[in-house]
Each structure stands twice: as structure tokens, then as C-alpha cells.
Design a protein around this ligand. Structure first.
Ligand code: TRP
Ligand code: SF4
Length: 400
């Protein structure tokens, strides 16, 4: 019934680095050519932890979109938008909050973890507790069935599935659902309408799936049904409640194999990152200073790539023949570390040159970026409005 739709968001809290590129963005690039994709700037999410420095968020919104575009995210394939410009997310979040048990949120692992880890801010706020539910609203409002996330975010998608199930259970039953369905079936004409009811009974009472298939085929072929009627009758046939919200699946993004300059995970807060559009001199310096296998104290000491933080970078950037040159040269001490890093430095800076070239037209005219986002917001909002109509109706909020 629903087309395959991918949704993902990113917090605008700083310039993106090579870890984002090799971990998340390259994945987005392959998804955008395969599925309908929606990618958004999660500015409200950023405020759940940066409410005391909102300028960090506003200063990074456009820059982050430029990083996406520089990486090759294509606005003619994917819909790019900003969360706060689609206020329906907030409405859905509010409505979902009515029926969300507190315990479900308190049990989300990131809640306790982050509260313990982030000690320089007071995170015992309502917004912080509710942030996984806001994420559920982000996903459910587009009826997205695929959510590319890292391992740490999988529990949030799991929560979203539970929220959707609970919503459909509580609100998916319309009092007059059967009556509406019977009304709709009359449009098929007396004979076919009777047949449909008969087939439905065969399926519901005897589990006869061929009756179900036959009935579905009849509905599929009927010219005088609207799409809504047809959808209603499909739900009616299966004797099920209406599925207002769709349960999404996580698409696990493997951890970026690109570590930071110190061998730990690349992260702005560890100070071991290389920004996507970093100044070339600064990148060269950082890579030259990067630590290597501690066993290679002197130039003549043989080393082992497995113990060297430079090696995983080579594995991402270098071709097989230069990888064997590194392994051979390192273990036999026939090359020095700087020599080993030189081709890598070229590859990294070439890649960055490409990012900078791609970014240039957007940096020079922010209006282009803003237009891309305006278009995306409009498209996203259309989809969000459709879901909200159904949500309001199913909760009895359609009196006006
Ligand atoms: N919570 C995600 C993060 O912190 C960002 C995010 C917000 C998101 N809403 C989303 C990701 C919906 C996927 C789907 O990284
Ligand atoms: Fe690392 Fe290369 Fe030096 Fe070996 S030669 S320790 S792989 S930088």
C-alpha cells in the first residue's frame, strides 16, 4: 500500500567531518538513487540539548545543508527540509504524547546514558525526555518504512514501532468503520457488493485466503471506487483495524570505518576530526602530526599497520596496490611514516577539493540553498498534512 520511503535526520550542531561523510552521507547517496528519500535538518532535536546556546543551532543549519550538497546529496532526487519549518511534526509529537507511557521514554537507553555523560548541562528537562518521541513523530508523519540510523539510534526506531502499534490499536478503530465500509461497498453495485461481503465472511470465518485474494482483485478492478474507498475496503476485508501509522524498520548504517586522528571514533567533541571543508593547510598539518605505530620510534624500526591509526584511513582512501606498498614498506621499515602518509594526504585533500568545489556556488549564493530547502519543506509539508488529517480524524479531532 505504501511506497518505500526513507527518512533520516541530522542535528545541526557543527560542521560535518569526514566521519559523517564516510559513515552517513555516502549511505544517503546510495539510498537517494534507490528510494524516495526525505532528509531533514533536526533543529528541534538539537535544541533538546543546546537550548542554552540556540545560536549554535541557527549558525549551523545552512552550513550543514551545504555539506550535504557538497557530498552529493541531490535535491532533485531527495527531499531536503528543515524540521521546524514543518510544524506538523510538533502537532503529531503532542498528540502521540497523550498516550505514551512515561516508562517507555525513561527506559530509552540514550536518556540515562546522555544524562550521565553530559554533565555540563541540565538535561532533566521535559524536552530531553520527549526527544525520542519527537523522533517517532518525525518518522511516522511521513509513513516512512525505512530509517537509516547508527546502532545507538536503533532503540528509537524500536520505540517508534511500539508507538505506531499502540496508536493503531487505540485509534485505528473507527466506530462507524463497518458502516462506512458497507456504504463504500454499495458503490460496487448490488451483485458485486454482496459477493464482497460473502468473500469477506469466508476469509474471516474460515480463514480462506483465496476468498481474500479474489475480493482484493475485484476491488482493484473496480473503476468507480475512490482511492480512499478502496483503502477502506481493503482494511475491512482483512477484518483489521485501519493502519493509520506505519511501523518503520531501521536500516543499520555500519559504523564509519573512518576513525579520528587519534584512532578513536571521529567526533567533533574529541577534537580528532577533519571537517569536510577544512582549510587545506590545516588538514595537511593534522595528517602529518597524526600518531603512527608507537613501535616505530626510529625510522629503521619496522612497524605494523594494524597498530597504526593511519592504516584505517589508507584502507578507505587507497587502492589495493598502494595498500600493499604501505604494508610492505611499513613492516620492512623501507618507508618512513611521512612517506607513507604522503599519498594519503593527496587523496584526502583531493576529496576535499571536490567538496569545496561543489559547495562553492552555494557558499556564494545562500539563496540557492534556501530555495532548495523551501521547495523541500513544501513537499514534506504536503505529505505531513495528509497524515495529520488521518491522525486528527482517528482521534476525533475533525470537528470544525
Ligand atoms: N536523533 C537523531 C540523532 O540525534 C536525529 C534524528 C532526528 C533522526 N529525527 C530522526 C534520525 C528521524 C532518523 C530519523 O542523530
Ligand atoms: Fe603507520 Fe604508515 Fe608509519 Fe606504518 S609506515 S606506522 S602504516 S604511518
Amino acid at each position: 500500500m505504501y511506497s518505500e520511503r526513507v527518512l533520516s535526520g541530522m542535528r545541526p550542531t557543527g560542521p560535518l567531518h569526514l566521519g559523517h561523510y564516510h559513515g552517513v552521507l555516502k549511505n544517503w547517496l546510495s539510498l537517494q538513487s534507490e528510494f524516495e528519500c526525505l532528509f531533514f535538518v533536526a533543529d528541534w532535536h538539537a535544541l533538546t540539548t543546546h537550548y542554552d546556546n540556540p545560536e549554535i543551532v541557527s549558525n549551523n543549519v545552512w552550513e550543514m545543508v551545504i555539506d550535504w550538497l557538497a557530498a552529493g546529496v541531490d535535491p532533485s532526487q531527495a527531499t531536503l527540509f528543515v524540521q521546524s519549518r514543518v510544524p506538523e511534526h510538533a502537532e503529531l509529537h503532542l498528540l502521540l504524547s497523550m498516550a505514551t507511557p512515561l516508562g517507555w521514554l525513561e527506559r530509552v537507553p540514550s536518556f540515562k546514558d546522555q544524562q550521565e555523560k553530559i554533565t555540563d548541562k541540565d538535561l532533566s528537562t521535559y524536552g530531553f525526555l520527549g526527544y525520542p518521541l519527537l523522533q517517532s513523530a518525525d518518522i511516522l508523519i511521513y509513513r516512512a518504512d525505512k530509517v537509516p540510523v547508527g546502532e545507538d539510534q536503533v532503540p528509537h526506531v524500536e520505540l517508534t514501532r511500539e508507538i505506531a502499534r499502540r496508536f493503531n490499536h487505540l485509534f485505528g478503530r473507527e466506530d462507524n468503520f463497518e458502516k462506512k465500509a458497507e456504504e463504500a461497498s454499495k458503490k460496487l453495485g448490488g451483485k458485486r457488493s454482496k459477493l464482497i461481503l460473502q468473500l469477506r465472511q469466508n476469509f474471516n470465518e474460515k480463514g480462506d485466503t483465496s476468498s481474500l485474494e479474489r475480493a482484493k482483485a475485484i476491488l482493484q478492478d473496480s473503476q468507480n471506487l475512490t482511492m480512499d474507498d478502496r483503502e477502506l475496503l481493503f482494511g475491512f476485508l482483512e477484518g483489521a483495524k485501519r493502519l493509520i501509522l506505519v511501523e518503520p524498520q531501521p536500516l543499520l548504517t555500519k559504523n564509519s570505518k573512518l576513525p579520528g586522528l587519534d584512532g578513536q571514533k571521529m567526533s567533533k567533541s574529541y577534537g580528532n576530526a577533519i571537517k569536510m571543508r577544512e582549510d587545506v593547510d590545516s588538514v595537511v598539518l593534522k595528517l602529518k602530526k597524526m600518531p603512527t605505530d608507537p613501535a616505530r620510534v626510529r625510522r629503521n624500526d619496522p612497524g605494523s599497520p594494524e597498530r597504526c591509526p593511519v592504516w584505517p584511513l589508507h584502507k578507505i582512501y587507497s587502492n589495493p596496490s598502494s595498500l600493499s606498498w604501505v604494508r610492505e614498506g611499513c613492516t620492512s621499515a623501507s618507508i618512513g611514516c611521512l612517506e607513507c602518509k604522503t599519498p594519503l594526504i593527496d587523496l584526502v585533500t583531493d576529496e576535499q577539493k571536490k567538496f569545496k568545489e561543489n559547495a562553492k556556488p552555494y557558499e556564494e549564493d545562500l539563496g540557492v540553498v534556501k530555495n532548495i530547502i523551501s521547495d523541500g519543506c513544501e513537499r514534506a509539508r504536503e505529505l505531513a498534512k495528509q497524515t495529520m488529517r488521518d491522525v486528527r480524524e482517528s482521534m476525533g479531532l475533525d470537528y470544525s
